[in-house]
Structures are given as C-alpha cells and as structure tokens.
Design a protein around this ligand. Structure first.
Ligand SMILES: [Zn+2]
Length: 892
C-alpha cells in the first residue's frame, strides 16, 4: 500500500499498560495499550456517493482488563455526535469522544466514570467526509457517476470508522449498509438481508465476517455492474461451492469475463498448496475507477485498479499478463495476510513477500509460459539495486513512526522477501517447505503471526536448528546484498572453490562492507560430461568447497539456478571461462550472469566496453527475459555516460545489431494468434529502440501508427484503435515528440472523453514522452487538474527528465507547485515524493538541492525521510559511477 493523507511523523511511545486514571497514561502515538481489546464490531454506514459526507453508527464490544475511565482508539476526520457507554450490567451512560492527536488519528473515549475490568459496549454516532485522496471510504467517479469505496490498508480505516486500527487486533465484523435504493453495494461477505425503507433508501445486511483486522474491512457503493463468474467447485479442502462475481463501474461489467474465467484455477492451486480451503463465504473482484495501489486483498472483496480487470480480446499483452499475476497475488493473500495476519507492521513481509512468492508459484503452475521463475529473479535483481543503498530498509524494519508503516510496502518487502523465501525453500526442498507452510497456516489461522513463528515452522518441518534459523533471520533483520566472491584453485588433484562474503556496495558508497549472512550458496560447475551443483551454507566471512568430479580446467556459475539472494564477483579469468558457457546455462543462470556483469560495472571492476562485450551474447537468447537483460546497464551507459556523437553512434550500432533484427521479425503489428510473449517483446523493443535509442527506422514505423491514431474519426474522437494495441502509447509518444503542440492539444482534449483505462494509460504515456520544454510544462500543469485521476498523475511527471537541463526544468516546476502536488497526492506522497520531484539525478548539485528543499519538509508527509535519503543517495552514487567510468571505453 502507499500513503494516506499527510500525517505528522511521530516517535512511537513504548507500549505500556501501567496507568489507570484518565490522563495518567500517555497518548499512544504508536501501538495502543493492550488493556482494552475489542471483541467484535457492528458497523452501520449510510452512504450516498452523490453526497460529500457519509454517516456511521459503530458499536464495539471492548474487554477492559484493568479498571479505567477511558479507552484509547483511532479515528480521523470523524465528527462524532454521540457516544453511549454500556457496562456489563447493562447500564448506559453518555461518553465523550476526544480527538487527541487528530493528524495521526488517535482519539480517546471518556466514560465519565471509572469502570472495573469487564466487557463494555461503545456505541458511536458520527459523520465524516467521503475522502478525496483514495483513502478510507473515498469517492471516485466514472463517466460522471460517483461511487464510494474503501481502501483501509495500512492505517486508513480510522477515516471510515472509529476503531482499534492495528493489524494484530482481529475480531468478527457485522456490516450493514444503508444506500440509495437504485444503487448497488458489496462488502466482504455475502448479503443476507435487504430492507427497503420506502423512502428512497435500502439497508443491506451482510453475514458476519471471520476475525479480521480493521485494515481488511471493505465495501463499495454505487451504480455498479455486478456479473456472475463461474462457480468455483468444491475440492478436497472445501465442501461447498464458492460463488464468484465481478464488480465494475456501470457499463464495464461484461469486460470482466476473462479474469473471472481464470480465477477458479488460481483458487484451486492455492487450496492444493496450503491444504486449506478458501475460508470466506464468497469472492468478488472489484474494478476500481481510481485506486492508490495496484490492488488490495480484502477478504471476499478484492479491489483492483480497473485496468487489471477490464480486458478485451485486443487488450495489450502486458495488461493480460499483469492481470493474472496481480490476481494470483491478491488471492494468495487470502491465506497469507487474511487468514494469517502479520502481528505488527514490521512483519508486513509475512503478508507481502509470501503473496509475491506464492503468486509466482501459482503462475508457474497455471501459465508456465509467463515465466514467473524469471520474474522472481528479475524482481530480486531490481530489489538488489535498492538494497545496495546504505539507506535501504530491512525486510523487518523497525517501525518508529507512521512513515515507516507507509514505506514498508517496497521492493525490499515484496521482491527481496520473495527471493529470500525462494532461497530457503530451495535449501530445505520445496516439499519440506510446503509442509512447514501448511503447519504455519493451521497453527495461526484466523489469528496473527510473527517472523519467529514462520521461521520456527519451516525449521521444524526441515528438522533444522539454530544455525538454520539464524541464517534465515540474517536476511530478515539486516539490510544489504551479500557479495560472494569466488576463486577457483587446483590443489593436490582437487578443485577447490574459495568463497568470501561482504556487503555489496557500488562505487561511491559510504557504507561498511563488513557484514555476514548465513548464505545458502549453490554453485554449478563443469564436469567431464556436463555440469553438477554443489551447495554449502556460508555463514562466516570466508569459506571453501571442494568441487567433486570437476573437470580440469573447469568453470563455475556461483549462483546455480539463480536461487540465491546474493551477487557474485569472480576473477577476470574465471568470468571469462563462465562467459564461454553462457549458451549452455539455464535461463535463470543467464540472468544471474547479466546481474554479475552489471554489479561488476557498478562496483568499478569492469568498464563500459567490458560490460557491453560481456552482455552482448545474451541479446541473442530465444528467451525474451534473457535477451532483454542487458537493457538496464545499456540504458545507464546511454543516458548517463555517453556524451559525444561518436559514443552515441557506437552505442546505437550496438543496440541496432543486438535487437533490430528481432523487432523486424516480430513486425509492428500483432499477428493473429501469436504468443503473448511476442506481443510483450514487440512493445519492449519498440520502446527501447524507438524511444531510448531513437533509431530512425523504428521511429518512422511508430510515427505512422501514431499519426493514424491521432486522425479524428467522424465523431471527432481520435482513432486510437488504428495503432497496434501494444504499441499505442509509444506510437503516440513518438508522434508527440515529432509534432509537438498539435499532438499535445489532441491528447489533452481526448483524455477526459476516454474512460477505457488501457487507452487512458496510452494517452498518458504519449503525453509523458513529450520533450519540448513549453509543452512539458503545460502537461505538468494538466497533471494537477481534475481531468487526470490522482492515481494517474505520476505517469505525467516521468517524461522530459533525461538530461540535466530537463531535470532542472522539472525541479523548478515541482518546487513552484510543491503544495499542490502534496495536497493532491496525499495517497502516494511521502516515500515517493522526493523521487517524484527529483528522481533520475546524477550530480552532487542535484542531491544538494533535494536535501536543502526537503530538510524542513520531511515532516509534511509520512515516509518522505526515507524517500529523501534513498533518492539523494542514488543521485550521489550515479555521480560517482559517472566520474569513475571512462566514456571512451564505449568506443573500444
Ligand atoms: Zn500484496
């Protein structure tokens, strides 16, 4: 999840339960004191999306384990009109709601008397605004019609109802919704009753939920289309049919059939893995007209950005594949996240790393052609770049304020977390790991768990002790990427591989490289008749392994199957021997090799010429993920290092030679019945060669399609279907770069008339590619207007910042409009705000101005401090690498 509205940074007070009288205990800025625990909630809402406000009536039974005249709880922006406190004897008295720390959403209810330990009932009447920043109960519109829906994670339930808004506190919820008679409403569970009041309203009652934390409560109100999907049949782990439905904005419901048809196979794959049936009484997938994150795993009512669910036969391939991956992720959460919930935000990896890891497992089973095995490795390698920063988070980062909660949803939690799980799964074997997972779900179902619970469960299944647990935790409780350096030696007729580990740090880093993990190192090496894999737990700074049966001379791939979350470095001679084996290595290992080349380049061990030569053979791979692995390193060399025409020409020739033949054989139009991978590759290569390297031949083809799409039809609308659906965004981008203002005019006029999310994204992509300074400024101003959804705004800030002059232009504009950006992007400000404004920088001056500007502003949005540290550090590292590398090495 991303950010809620601006909250103040606060230090977390240690949780304590010592004070009894009102005012004697301190305001709980962090976790609530544990002496008042809710047992159940009844939530009643009266919501008309056409209004600005909604009203609510919340009844909470609370168990007091000590005498008190008050309780602490959460509530934000709530106008409370009445509080009734009923004691165990049934005596009711008026209570008082006090918003103690309104910006954080901490409140207190005073009883007006001291109550002994007992179970009491709090009944609270209130009203609140329908949120405008995609948090809590928020308002969106589609084709002019308003809808109200929820996004509670991580700490926005407090905007929708008063409660104990922490992941560790789980209770059953009874939800009723009073809504306009002509509108539809959905919630986590099945509707069990409907009463019409004869006055334009109806009240819907939903079945009681199993125990949930507040952040998983979900509902939506509006003129939704609700369509039935295929029923999900019972299986070994579930005895009843699971009803499946799609929920979308009016007129869009028919576009959900593809996703609904994929869903049963995902549910069955998950049930088979966990040996545990889907635990809720129905499943709805809801396509949200605007949304702050990608999707949200609310039990029984999973919400998604609409483009992930609304698909047509000609939808871009990346949407179809993305849709499956994200659906698998959110449905995996129904077990890890919803059935077993993290006890506190420092362990959010127990939700997110597992859902990411499990999503890949499901995808490998149902759609092996999507190559989720390679996705996991590419995701891990992306996370390693961030994890190489001194300012990187740990998987289990301490929570010192709301900002740490907001920034916990990052690549470290998701992709590094998934890679670490995969590494230890590989180490104990998948079958043993599965046993541990099944035991973990059974032991903590409908409750909470911590990292220790999980690690213990896997260790027990694997019959492993303290060494294993310490190794696992060494990846959870410290940041950084292990850098495993290897050296082959022939001695006494044996082949010995010497290993050493330290923290991987790129050129210019101020970090300390002395760090030790328990790394399950698996290496592949050459034998007389092929290759062999050998594994060893490297838990000291130095180690060695004997490579039994190795050929002499041999070669070694220090990360067999790329199963390990580590980078490797080797002597130049060993790297050259490995390079000769490239074609015989698995795809996974070729990706590990590409990462090793990139890591050596960023470490300052090899220059740009070496890197390009070492990466070139990968471009010929038949596996697209491998063929495109060199692009990241190439793009840095192209964008940051090359400065002369000769250098650019040499690089363009490299790119053309490596990729143009493949793009030309794919052609510029999707062929009937082609593999989705071909459509994706066409889009990747057209973007790379047309937008980044700007090859004239590629641009000419894209311009033809862009011009065709921009030609008005009889009704005056653009003919967007005239371009290939996978290339529409880049084709519009090339047209906008070539023609400037007239194209920008057309795209800005078309966006408000367009509701299809894929077409909107293509228009945004086209506008985001514009490089003319005057037009870029105009587009940024447009991004702040109501015609651009809050969740779409960032797409328009990405373009026009390749050169220093362009970044200066963005910076000047962003500083001048900072308050508007902050006000509008409450939901994704904070951690992303410094990068949104000053990302992509590559000089000390850019890092300095970023620090100077945010110095006094980091407190305005939670997470901004982390975002500032990371963006600033990345900017300085880029500058250091640029200084270290000799651009003329490109010409070699
Ligand atoms: Zn997730």
């Amino acid at each position: 999840m991303r950010l809620a509205r601006p909250l103040m940074f606060t230090a977390l007070a240690a949780c304590c339960a010592s004070a009894f009288a009102a005012g004697a205990d301190s305001v709980p800025h962090g976790r609530l004191p544990g002496w008042a625990m809710p047992q159940s909630y009844q939530l009643a809402f009266k919501v008309d999306p056409r209004q600005a406000d909604f009203s609510g009536h919340t009844v909470i039974t609370v168990k007091l384990s000590q005498a008190s005249d008050h309780v602490w709880l959460h509530g934000a922006d709530l106008k409370v009109s009445k509080v009734a406190v009923t004691d165990a004897a049934g005596k009711t008295a008026a209570g008082k709601y006090v918003a103690v720390a309104p910006k954080e959403g901490v409140a207190r209810i005073d009883f007006g008397r001291t109550l002994k330990p007992q179970t009491i009932t709090l009944a609270i009447d209130y009203s609140a605004p329908l949120n405008q920043q995609l948090q809590g109960l928020y308002k969106v519109s589609h084709e002019g019609q308003p809808y109200a829906m929820t996004q509670m994670e991580p700490i926005s339930a407090r905007y929708a109802f008063p409660g104990f808004d922490e992941p560790g506190i789980k209770t059953p919820f009874d939800i009723t919704l009073t809504v306009p008679k002509d509108e539809n409403a959905v919630a986590n569970t099945a509707q069990v009753k409907e009463v019409d009041d004869g006055n334009g309203w109806k009240t819907l009652t939903f079945s009681q939920t199993k125990p949930l934390p507040t952040y998983l409560v979900a509902f939506g109100v509006g003129p939704w289309d609700i369509v039935n999907g295929p029923d999900i049949k019972p299986d070994d782990y579930r005895t009843t049919v699971l009803p499946l439905r799609g929920v979308a904005a009016k007129g869009e419901g028919h576009r959900m059939q593809h996703v609904l048809s994929e869903t049963p196979s995902i549910i069955h794959a998950l049930e088979d893995y966990y040996g545990f049936g889907y635990p809720w009484d129905k499943l709805d997938l809801l396509a949200a007209p605007d949304f702050s994150a990608g999707a949200m795993e609310n039990p029984g009512l999973v919400t998604f950005r609409d483009w992930l669910l609304l698909l047509d036969p000609d939808s871009p391939a990346q949407y179809v594949r993305g849709s499956f991956n994200v659906t698998a992720h959110e449905l995996a959460h129904q077990w890890t996240g919803d059935t077993v919930t993290t006890a506190w935000w420092n362990d959010i990896w127990l939700n997110e790393a597992f859902a990411t890891w499990m999503q890949q497992k499901v995808t490998m089973k149902v759609h092996p052609e999507y190559r989720a095995d390679l996705d996991r490795i590419r995701g891990a390698q992306g996370a390693m770049n961030n994890d190489s920063l001194v300012s990187a988070r740990k998987i289990r980062q301490e929570i010192t304020g709301n900002g740490d909660i907001m920034t916990a949803f990052d690549g470290i939690t998701y992709q590094k977390g998934a890679a670490v799980l995969g590494m230890f799964e590989n180490y104990v074997t998948p079958a043993v790991f599965q046993q541990g997972m099944r035991a973990y779900i059974q032991a903590h179902k409908f409750g909470n768990a911590t990292a220790d619970d999980l690690v213990d469960s896997i260790a027990q299944a694997a019959d492993k002790g303290a060494d294993f647990k310490n190794a696992f935790k060494s990846f959870l409780n410290q940041s950084g990427v292990p850098y495993v350096q290897t050296k082959l030696e022939q001695k006494d007729g044996q082949t010995i591989l010497h290993l050493s580990q330290s923290r991987y740090l790129p050129v210019g880093s101020t970090g300390d490289s002395a760090r030790v993990w328990g790394v399950p190192v698996c290496v592949r090496y050459g034998t007389a008749d092929g290759s062999k894999v050998s594994c060893e737990m490297l838990d000291k700074a130095q180690g060695s392994m004997v490579l039994a049966g190795a050929s002499n001379p041999t070669w070694v791939m220090p990360n067999a199957g790329a199963q390990g979350y580590y980078r490797f470095g080797m002597t130049k001679a060993d790297l050259a021997s490995l390079g000769k084996q490239i074609g015989s290595l698995a795809d996974t290992e070729q990706l590990a090799y590409a990462d090793a080349v990139s890591a050596s380049f960023r470490h300052g061990d090899i220059d740009a010429g070496d890197a390009l030569a070492a990466l070139k053979p990968l471009a010929a791979s038949k596996t697209d993920e491998v063929a495109t692995a060199p692009l990241g390193t190439f793009e840095w060399i192209w964008g940051q290092l090359a400065s002369t025409d000769a250098q650019r020409a040499k690089l363009a020739a490299w790119a053309k030679d490596a990729y143009l033949p493949r793009l030309e054989s794919l052609g510029y139009r999707r062929k009937a019945g082609e593999a989705d991978g071909d459509s994706l590759m066409r889009s990747t290569l057209a973007n790379f060669l047309g937008m980044d390297v700007k090859l004239p031949a590629v641009r000419a083809e894209l311009l033809k399609q862009g011009d065709a799409a921009l030609k008005p039809k009889a009704d005056g609308r653009l003919d967007l279907a005239a371009a290939d659906p996978d290339l529409l965004g880049v084709a519009l981008g090339v047209a906008a770069q070539e023609h400037g203002k007239p194209v920008v005019d057309k795209l800005i006029a078309e966006l408000p008339k367009t509701s299809d999310p894929a077409l909107r994204n293509a228009i945004l992509g086209g506008l985001g590619s514009v490089d003319d300074a005057t037009q870029v400024e105009r587009i940024r101003n447009f991004a702040l207007s109501k015609d651009v959804k809050v969740g779409e705004m960032a797409a328009l800030f990405r373009g026009g910042r390749d050169t220093r002059a362009e970044r200066d232009g963005m910076w000047k504009w962003a500083v001048a409009h900072y308050d508007q950006i902050l006000a509008r992007t409450g939901s994704f400000a904070g951690g992303r705000l410094p990068g949104l404004m000053g990302g992509g920088g590559c000089s000390k001056a850019e890092a300095d101005r970023l620090q100077a500007f945010f110095k006094d502003r980091v407190n305005q949005a939670p997470g901004a401090a982390r975002g500032l540290a990371q963006t600033g550090e990345a900017t300085l590292l880029c500058a250091a690498l640029k200084q270290k590398q000799d651009a003329n090495a490109i010409l070699r």
